[in-house]
Design a protein around this ligand. Structure first.
Ligand SMILES: [Ca+2]
Length: 270
């Protein structure tokens, strides 16, 4: 009977916790390796980062990347980002696949155009996240740096913000070198219905260099371009993402359930 009560208590604890794949503030150094929070409302943008079809029928494969500093040796086990859909219109039936890539850093040079940018590809996965609604951000804008959408400004209103949570399998953990700068890109893959475009949300926080964007064409990738505020080019834009490590809470539950199972086995075996 005591064992049954223990199992019930542990099961209740599991149900009472939020889904471990999600990420919520406040920042917890035991869980969070890097945090750049989303900027909700005026001044916030969702920057086109999709493999999709423009309204005129031409394909687009835009990619956005931002930098971070590895400041401890724990591996990246989860990647969390925020984003929105152009005109708040997600594509019906889309399988929800994203391409995530981590690059080395090409440091900034002495000249004004020598901003830092992604270098060699170190890690790349195509993953399907869990998705949850994050909130309404009235006053923010969707931005296409190519200015094909909503020409000539490239800007249009939207406000539905979603959180995308990518949980990596242990064999896919990204193992970093402390003191090293890396870049992360996130792109929504294979959107075939014209009129649906995903944008990666900009962040309240600035670190390192501006985010960058590029196009992946048939003839290869274009250069990386700096991402600046389209309404105030003096303002740097960075992207909203969180990198987490193995969550202590999850390990406590796993160990607890293991001990309970062992105790039950001992009782039955007697
Ligand atoms: Ca940055």
């Amino acid at each position: 009977m005591r064992i049954q009560l223990l199992f019930r208590s542990l099961a209740a604890s599991v149900l009472a916790l939020p889904t471990l794949a999600d990420w919520d503030p406040p920042v917890d150094p035991s869980r969070d390796k890097w945090v750049q929070s989303p900027q909700m409302g005026p001044g916030g943008y969702n920057v086109l980062s999709s493999q999709a079809i423009y309204p005129g029928g031409s394909p687009v494969s835009k990619i956005v990347a931002d930098d971070w500093l590895c400041n401890d040796p724990r591996p990246v086990t989860d990647i969390h980002v925020w984003g929105s859909w152009w005109s708040d219109s997600p594509p019906p039936g889309w399988p929800g696949l994203f391409s995530l890539t981590i690059y080395s850093d090409i440091p900034a040079g002495p000249n004004p155009g020598d901003y830092s940018r992604p270098g060699d590809v170190l890690w790349s996965k195509t993953l399907q996240p869990t998705v949850r609604f994050w909130g309404d951000a009235v006053g923010e804008l969707f931005y296409d740096p190519n200015k094909v959408l909503n020409s000539p400004s490239g800007l249009s209103p939207e406000q539905k913000v979603w959180q995308y949570n990518f949980t990596l399998d242990p064999q896919d953990y990204f193992r970093q070198q402390p003191g090293t700068v890396y870049w992360l890109s996130v792109q929504a893959m294979g959107i075939t219905d014209t009129g649906h475009y995903w944008g990666w949300k900009t962040s309240l926080n600035h670190w390192g260099d501006d985010a960058t964007w590029a196009d992946l064409g048939i003839s290869g990738q274009t250069a990386w371009y700096e991402l600046r505020d389209p309404l105030d080019p003096t303002r740097s834009l960075d992207m909203a993402f969180v990198l987490t490590v193995p969550e202590p809470r999850g390990w406590v539950l796993i160990v607890g359930l293991g001990l309970a199972g062992f105790a039950a086995y001992r009782r039955i075996a007697r």
